[in-house]
Design a protein around this ligand. Structure first.
Ligand code: GDD
Length: 340
């Protein structure tokens, strides 16, 4: 049976994949975008015209309680996917208040409106591996200790706990999908993978440029956003709400990602130097294509994070399908098509 669904933050990378999957399923999709003019639709611009026409766009801010109340009460959605967030860890360090407003107030407003005005609506919150903080012992499952280091991580830990409390105390169908890093061709430019891919595309198109990065020894568990949104749908389909980690279980450094991305464009980097003086050259012409810039280091950066998705695998039959190389290939192809 077709469902009536709201995706908050529908203009982001994940909103694109989720909206596409739901439309394919025949659901009635509503998307919430924050302010902006009519042509500002973020990643939705990559949908086909017919698909886009089927999405009911609402514009408003999740931090405005009256707006959220009115929307939830009027539309009585079957399901709400709450994706809206200030999602950059780096930005959260410089702008903690904006991050807390959007992420904490936004979720509280959505969950409370559902509790008070549409209690049959299912609510899925997209949590983050940042709530765990650094990898200590083995991989991080749903029950791993939580030691968030950034304002962003703190807001995601708050969200995880609020969802649990509303589920327990008010009987709300509320769940958290704990998402480890997930990338795609629609990734925002503020994230390291997109920054690297854009630079590789420009350099391989013959442009003169050097990619400046911060800590290239930070390690992440990078998956493909499209796979993770399939998992998010599986969670929403459950009769009883529960929390699930979505990850690949594989750890790569930023430097590994840089090497793989350049290799994909036919450039086998040659590294030399150490610390802030570390550089990488394109051996075909000797040009420095990667260097380190202190301004991109973050206080309290997580050194490494790696997920254990065995619960999702056993209970949902989910597993990541796209390899890191395939993700890189999709990202480069997308960027190169823009360069032409
Ligand atoms: N952004 C950025 N820019 N990061 C850099 C750079 C740079 O120039 N140089 C090195 N890094 C390192 C960061 O220090 C960090 O350790 C790592 O690259 C990844 O940074 P991001 O891509 O910004 O992602 P993130 O891990 O902080 O957060 C992402 O993943 C979380 C977990 O899924 C975001 O998508 C969050 O919203 C998400 O919750």
């Amino acid at each position: 049976m077709s469902k009536k669904i709201l995706i908050t933050g529908v203009g982001g990378q994940d909103g694109y994949f989720l909206a596409k999957l739901l439309l394919e399923r025949g659901d009635t999709v509503h998307g919430l975008l924050r302010g902006g003019s009519e042509d500002e639709i973020g990643s939705l611009k990559f949908l086909g015209e017919a698909e886009l026409a089927r999405i009911g766009i609402h514009r408003g801010d999740v931090t405005e309680k009256w707006f959220v109340d009115e929307l939830i009460q009027r539309e009585l959605f079957d399901e709400v996917f709450h994706l809206a967030a200030q999602s950059s860890v780096a930005r959260s360090i410089g702008h903690p208040r904006e991050t807390i407003d959007t992420n904490v107030l936004g979720l509280t407003n959505i969950a409370t409106s559902i509790r008070d005005r549409s209690p049959k609506t299912k609510l899925l919150f997209t949590g983050s591996s940042e709530m765990f903080g650094d990898l200590t012992d083995g991989k991080q499952s749903e029950s791993a200790p939580r030691h968030p280091q950034s304002p962003y991580g703190l807001t995601k830990d708050f969200g995880f706990q609020l969802i649990n409390a509303y589920r327990k105390h008010y009987g709300l169908w509320a769940a958290t999908a704990i998402l480890f890093n997930h990338e795609s061709e629609f990734r925002g430019e503020q994230f390291v993978t997109k920054k690297i891919i854009q630079s590789v595309a420009r350099i391989s198109a013959g442009r003169d440029e050097t990619l400046s990065l911060g800590n290239i020894y930070a390690e992440r568990d990078w998956g493909y956003a499209g796979d993770y949104m399939e998992g998010v749908l599986d969670v929403m389909a459950l009769e009883l709400p529960d929390d699930f980690v979505f990850a690949t279980g594989q750890l790569h450094s930023v430097k590994d990602f840089v090497n793989l991305a350049f290799k994909h464009a036919g450039i086998e980097l040659e590294w030399s130097g150490e610390g802030l003086d570390e550089i990488a050259r394109d051996p075909s012409n000797g040009k420095v294509v990667v260097r380190i810039d202190e301004q991109f280091y973050r206080p309290g950066d997580i050194k490494g994070t790696c997920g254990d998705y065995s619960k999702a695998s056993h209970q949902l039959g989910w597993k990541p399908r796209t390899t890191l190389e395939e993700t890189i290939s999709k990202m480069i192809q997308h960027e190169q098509s823009k360069e032409l």
